[in-house]
Write a protein that binds this ligand. Structure first.
Ligand code: CP
Ligand code: NVA
Length: 283
């Protein structure tokens, strides 16, 4: 595994390895192989981030390195230097790059030219670090993933795409309900072990269409009634940040079935496991 750009590039055994390694690193947080000793990792964030940025910065330190976190206005990229030129230069300083931006093609181009491992920290199309974390969290609740049912309700986006790819690799069943995905959220959550949703407007979605999108998405809010239609042991998941009263009712996300802060905490061991693996520290 040289890069992590999207989940569909992984073999099932890559995913299994990353899950086991993240579980190990959660139990032994300071047991990472020091694959970044005296080295740096570029963390480029063209969109805001709390969890991904801070967990990845912390992971880099735990791997013995120093994170170089920059936004688009801090590089010459913002003044027209090409991605290819930037990537070649970065590759001569840093040992790895973690990139959050808009177009998937831009991250792929960076990976092509930089010569260093590249991790997708969220693009318009994919959010692989989140999906690996989500499976780790589901395993903590239910053990074996194969045969479990995940219902994704709401807006189709980068998170639902990566989650769907990860669920398929792990042998899970996934049902969906939302605009363009299936009409009835109550059908979708029937017998589900996990009910998952995400924001109705993602970073980069046109703000002008927010009201229109939200009117279409209203029937897909995760409410206590919807949770009651899932399996009695069902948990609620959300990658965060969340909007209470929009995609999820406060009683659900702040209630006993909510797994959201465990998910957020699990971002750190997953970031450690992924960076360690792409940097060749895997055994
Ligand atoms: N879930 C997630 O990626 O959160 P951030 O946008 O805060 O990184
Ligand atoms: N789908 C959301 C996820 C944020 C972590 C977005 O792209 O904004």
């Amino acid at each position: 595994m040289r890069h992590l750009l999207r989940i569909s590039h992984l073999h099932p055994w890559d995913l299994e390895y990353l899950l086991e390694r993240a579980e190990h690193l959660k139990r032994h947080p300071y047991a990472s192989r020091q694959v970044l000793k005296a080295r740096t990792a570029l963390l480029y964030f063209a969109k805001p981030s709390t969890r991904t940025r801070l967990s990845t910065e912390t992971a880099v330190v735990r791997l013995g390195g120093v994170p170089l976190t920059v936004g688009p206005d801090e590089l010459q990229l913002g003044r027209g230097e090409t991605i290819a030129d930037t990537a070649k230069v970065v590759g001569s300083y840093a040992a790895a790059a973690v990139i959050r931006t808009y177009r998937d093609a831009d991250v792929e181009q960076f990976a092509l030219h930089s010569g260093i491992p590249v991790v997708n920290a969220l693009t318009d199309g994919h959010h692989p670090l989140q999906a690996i974390t989500d499976l780790m969290t589901i395993r903590e609740y239910f053990g074996e993933l194969s045969g479990r049912k995940l219902a994704y309700v709401g807006a189709r986006n980068n998170v639902s795409t990566s989650l769907g790819e990860a669920a398929a690799l792990a042998g899970m069943a996934m049902s969906t309900a939302g605009p363009g995905m299936g009409d009835d959220p109550f059908d979708a959550v029937k017998d589900a072990d996990v009910v998952y949703t995400d924001v109705w407007t993602s970073m980069g979605d046109p703000e002008a269409r927010r009201a229109e999108r939200h009117a279409i998405l209203e029937p897909f809010r995760v409410t206590p009634e919807l949770m009651a239609a899932a399996h009695p042991h069902a948990i609620f998941m959300h990658c965060l940040p969340a909007h209470r009263g929009e995609e999820v009712a406060a009683e659900v996300i702040d209630g006993p079935a909510s797994a959201v802060f465990r998910q957020a905490a699990n971002r750190l061991p997953v970031a450690q496991a992924v960076l360690e693996t792409v940097l060749g520290g895997a055994s």
